[in-house]
Write a protein that binds this ligand. Structure first.
Ligand code: BDR
Ligand code: CA
Length: 314
């Protein structure tokens, strides 16, 4: 079984990623931690708990994390993409309050230390919690089986700005810290997540499937499709976080990866949050950009797989 720690900012596509994983009996979600991003971290935790319960995994502990970036700013929320509640204004039944729990970064460190080499960390939001965890425990990458990050735009336009992808843009210093920390890290950038989509046909399939999970997925997807239509002119919504989730648990045999020397631009200005290829490092030993495994090719059929998984719920 895959033992997963999931750090997220739930969020419509985060919710779909949680459902995708929670509906796989071979995946053991050990903890979910939340960070400010699509929405504030408290609401993201509440959303995560509600979504997990919908998928029959209400037992997974959820820990609230950073409300501020490393630079002490509030993360930039995205109600126009994810709705005012983070879930396309679709309301799942309320949870009973969590009570006191360790904060996200502390919990990530505690779990990693307790079982070295066991857990895989899947990061689906800004990288603030991971950077804070690295401050607490610089050996964190070695204590984890691997890290999969949804983030960055390498040879493609950004989405938060023309140059920067949202998770990186929301805390570039944190993203830079994580890329430089080493370990067995895989980056899943917009280059592939924008090409794996859910469309109107997928929406219709979900509507027809008629289960609590598919009804919810269809309702949040409808909100997401409206946003894509307004922003990009087509009703095809990117599967950012679900794609990274599937890659983290090794579901997609057909992915193509490249080892790339990458860095994150942190200076103020239009480049802030850009993930830039440092081609110098390919030719000179000792280049200062870290080499990162980047997913640069996927099959283009992941939407079908995601839909099937959602429809597998009773
Ligand atoms: C990423 O940003 C967030 O809005 C999404 O949930 C995803 O993690 C895409 O750039
Ligand atoms: Ca996310």
């Amino acid at each position: 079984a895959h033992s997963l720690l999931i750090d997220c900012d739930t969020g419509i596509d985060d919710a779909l990623a949680l459902l995708y994983l929670a509906l796989d009996p071979s995946v053991d979600i050990r903890a979910v931690t939340t960070v400010g991003g699509n929405i504030d971290p408290l609401r993201a935790a509440d959303n995560s708990g509600r979504v997990l319960r919908l998928a029959g995994r209400g037992d997974v502990p959820v820990h609230v994390g950073a409300e501020h970036t490393l630079g002490a700013a509030r993360h930039e929320y995205a109600p126009e993409i994810h709705g005012h509640n983070g879930l396309g204004d679709v309301e799942l039944p309320e949870l009973t309050p969590f009570g006191e729990r360790p904060a996200a970064a502390e919990e990530l460190v505690r779990l990693a230390r307790r079982s070295p080499g066991r857990h895989h960390l899947l990061a689906l939001g800004p990288l603030t919690n991971l950077a804070n965890a690295l401050r607490l425990e610089p050996r964190l990458p070695e204590l984890l089986a691997g890290i999969t990050v949804m983030g960055g735009a390498i040879r493609r336009q950004g989405n938060a700005t023309p140059r920067a992808e949202a998770n990186v843009h929301n805390d570039p210093e944190a993203a830079r810290t994580v890329l430089h920390a080493g370990g067995n890290l895989t980056l899943v950038p917009l280059d592939v997540t924008m090409t794996e989509t859910l469309d109107e046909a997928a929406h219709a399939e979900l509507v027809g499937a008629n289960s609590p999970v598919t009804d919810f997925a269809a309702a949040i997807l409808a909100y997401y499709l409206d946003f894509y239509e307004t922003r990009y002119g087509s009703r095809r919504a990117a599967c950012h976080d679900p794609l990274a989730a599937a890659i983290a648990v090794g579901d997609l045999a057909e992915v193509g990866t490249e080892e790339l020397a990458l860095d994150v631009r942190t200076l103020p200005g239009p480049e802030r949050g850009a993930t830039v290829l440092d081609t110098r490092s390919e030719h000179s030993a000792g280049g200062h950009s870290p080499t990162v495994r980047v997913v640069t090719r996927t099959s283009g059929t992941f939407g079908t797989r995601l839909c099937e998984r959602l429809r597998s719920a009773d």
